[in-house]
Design a protein around this ligand. Sequence first.
Ligand SMILES: [Cu+2]
Length: 463
Amino acid sequence: MISRRNFFMGAGAVAVGAAAVSKAGAATLPEAATASDARTQVPPPPANGRPFNPVVTLNGWSLPWRMNNGVKEFHLVAEPVVRELAPGMKANLWGYNGQSPGPTIEVVEGDRVRIFVTNKLPENTSVHWHGQRLPNGMDGVTGLTQPAIPPGKTFVYEFVAKRPGTFMYHPHADEMVQMAMGMMGFWVTHPKDHRQFAVDRDFVFLLSAYDIEPGSYVPRVNTMLDQNLWTFNSRVFPGIDSMPVRQGDRVRIRVGNLTMTNHPIHLHGHEFVVAGTDGGWTPPASRWPEVTTDIAVGQMRAIEFDATDLGDWAFHCHKSHHTMNAMGHDVPTMIGVDHKGIAEKINKIVPDYMVMGDKGGSMGGMEMPLPDNTLPMMTGEGPFGGVEMGGMFTVLKVRRDQKRGDYTDPGWFKHPAGTIAYEWTGALPEPARSRSAGGQLMPAKSRPNVELTVRKPTGHGEH
Ligand SMILES: [Cu+2]
């Protein structure tokens, strides 16, 4: 899979044009470029308009535009798409221009922007440009600021991108359904002077979540909080590309949250500052160091740090059930319970019953075949074995020799001798233990009986 990823990311650096397939309808509409897969496509430098430093969308791409009398014209097509969430699982989602999330839109502060939105969904839609300063009638709220865009119709939005910063777009029509189906995209307005806020690497992605029953392809759209697939840009680990950087790079990672819960996003090995929010760039004097920042629903955060330390550093949501894939629900905790043979007996009554491992949950011993189109809960093979992660998890790869502008995966980190945690084989001193007054371990014979409640793992409490 790594070589595949290398191939795609390497090819992506030059392949935006080649991968863009013309879908242009009427001659007056700008071409609607489309992406057919989930590879990370590094955008080329802008061919016209004012210069900017393009961002790199994780497992995504940036939408090409055309200049028309000084106006930057884009064409978004809202339509059903097939998104590969990770190798082995595809989902039937709704998105824009062939993928969910839609392509990233990149403009420069002061650009006049015209966006044609064609609705190829079976129901009304609209597009809200989340966070932008614009004329009220361009804000995209169905019923409030415009009539809905009916199926088959194209509407035009036009405004000046006034404020540099980090934005999103999403429908404001049947929102619960359309966002649960994956309709969303990233928007970056670069500063007028491309040297302002300049960094060496600028990654962007959206947080989104889905509830897809094991074995099925379409998200359940009425699930409020109990989603079972937690994604970076509609991908789950190990399907999320890594973020390769060069040692010493100033790195920016912009994250927007369009799930229905908050996500404490955590970086290993480095401290970062929140350099930007929904409202713009934060004044430098207002920044403090963090290693985790909570991103609430509807918020955007741009974190920045110097990639000083070589290695493969985990970057993930800190809610542990968000770093797991489907089927994480309704499985009893069995740590400390000897269930040898119980699963087999229960399986005769409840065929797809399974238990967490009694040693703490390793999925290695799961005795259950997966339904078609379903990913293991925790997976990903690292250089030292299973990573036991899924969902919102990827790796920041800091390398001395990663070339500027090179986003190909450098492979696993080669640790200098003597810098890896290792097994101790010598004599062990008695470990110190806390013994408060009167405190002691509960004698085994007085432990309460463990009551075991058996539930099927696929239930979501609604059926
Ligand atoms: Cu999370």
